[in-house]
Design a protein around this ligand. Structure first.
Ligand code: HAM
Length: 418
């Protein structure tokens, strides 16, 4: 019997897997520098946390959750996203009683039973950041700038920022009613008509041409914002511009989760086809209350690690080999193996990336392994070198070879490691 990774999942394998690590690191680095602390929450939670937090009428809750009953009879769900878990943890640990905002970042696996296709998986990876407990447009702008800086640090040039405001509990109901009025007058199928009644904003996101064609005159949320929401949004836009971040206003931007209020945004990459969102987020001022907590106005984002690697690939950025080895040790014979082993250990302890030939292959096989490893140098040790107390350091690109005394190899390689 043989096995394959389940549908909609895949394995990150070397050397490509290095890019997943690079992306996780790069996307979280700006948030870490901005005072966001690391949080890790369980991969599964009470089902009700997501059905209430993410929104009963979202696709995620109605169709995409991996829900199971534990042996103890409790309904649990593999997390489809991170925000509800972070809010749950903040409430559980009473952090809202301390200094605000609470700034947290995370990274991990998320699970959605989606129709699998390129860039859309059932198991995927996100880096996220959340700032909880403060209603300050500078926080919304900060998070957006941090995400854009993360993408830029990877060399990505094609990430576009779409920006919108969804209003608040004061102005959203009137907009929702106006939108419903408009949508009820359209020629829609039964499922979509039902959606108009439950979650009319999602209809704006319908991708079918026959629906799209009818949506041209739909009322826009930005025309229905109250004074406070309008001023808040203007402030966010001004701060983004001041920080040199370009954005596109998109009054039709709708997110796939129900908890959003005011600022919403998405990061798109045009090299990815249909699944073009490499990240997204927004403000969720009511979520804490929805899951039984106090008022805790908050904002955050999650960036897709898998799709960001795909975006880098689309821009031709995966050519360089990430984290290549500095050296590859080739012992010529048993005695050399015994001698080179402590040298390799010493080099690694000194912070150098070093591998060696295993399995007692002949010189040819070992040199081939050295070439394939991508290392810059081969460290070749034969009987004559042992007698001389030296090792041959061969530059694998040029073929130049020098004998370096064993006691000086660390210094020699460190000098070349710049
Ligand atoms: P989201 O838009 O559902 O937001 O997901 C964020 C990002 O995760 C997407 O833009 C995409 O790059 C990636 N992603 C989502 N689903 C998949 C999938 N099936 N396969 C591959 N990548 C995927 C959230 O999850 C919110 N929690 C973001 C947030 C944080 N809002 C406020 N705070």
């Amino acid at each position: 019997m043989t096995f394959q990774a389940p549908k909609g999942t895949f394995d990150w394998m070397p050397p490509r897997s290095e890019w997943a690590l690079t992306v996780r690191d790069a996307l979280s680095a700006p948030a870490r520098r901005a005072g966001y602390g690391y949080i890790e929450t369980p991969a599964f939670e009470d089902t009700a946390l997501f059905s209430r937090g993410v929104g009963e009428s979202t696709d995620i809750v109605t169709k995409e959750m991996y829900t199971f009953t534990s042996r103890g009879g409790q309904s649990l769900t593999l997390r489809p996203e991170g925000t509800a878990s972070v809010v749950r943890a903040v409430l559980e640990h009473g952090l809202y009683g301390g200094p605000l905002p609470i700034k947290l970042w995370y990274s991990g696996s998320y699970f959605r039973y989606e129709r699998a296709q390129a860039g859309r998986y059932r198991h995927f990876s996100q880096v996220g950041a959340e700032a909880l407990g403060s209603e300050d447009p500078a926080l919304d702008a900060e998070l957006i700038v941090l995400a854009m800086d993360g993408y830029a640090s990877l060399g990505l040039r094609g990430v576009r920022l779409l920006l919108n405001s969804l209003g608040c509990r004061e102005c959203r109901p009137a907009y929702r009613a106006a939108l419903q009025d408009f949508l009820r007058g359209l020629d829609l199928d039964e499922a979509t008509r039902a959606r108009v009644e439950i979650n009319p904003l999602r209809v704006l996101d319908d991708k079918r041409p026959e629906v799209r064609a009818q949506l041209t005159g739909a009322p826009l949320v930005t025309d229905h914002l109250c004074g406070a929401c309008k001023a808040y949004h203007e402030e966010v836009r001004g701060l983004l511009t001041a920080a040199g971040v370009a954005y596109e206003d998109d009054p039709r931007l709708v997110r796939g989760l129900d908890y959003y209020t005011r600022t919403t945004f998405e990061f798109l990459h045009d090299g990815l086809g249909a699944q073009s969102a490499v990240g997204g987020g927004g403000r969720y001022d009511g979520l804490s209350e929805q899951i039984g907590g106090p008022a805790l106005p908050s904002v955050g984002w999650a960036l897709g690690v898998d799709r960001t690697v795909l975006a880098m690939e689309a821009e031709g950025l995966l050519t360089e080999r990430p984290r290549a080895l500095g050296a590859f040790a080739v012992p010529l014979g048993e005695e050399a193996r015994r001698r080179i082993f402590p040298l390799v250990s010493e080099l690694r302890r000194a912070g150098l990336a070093v591998d060696m030939a295993f399995g007692g292959r002949g010189v040819k096989g070992a040199m081939k392994a050295a070439d394939r490893s991508g290392a810059r140098y081969a460290l070749i040790l034969g009987d004559r070198d042992i007698e001389a107390g030296a090792v041959q350091v061969k530059d694998l690109a040029t073929g130049d070879q020098t004998a370096v005394p064993l006691a000086e190899v660390v210094e020699f390689l460190k000098g070349k490691d710049s």
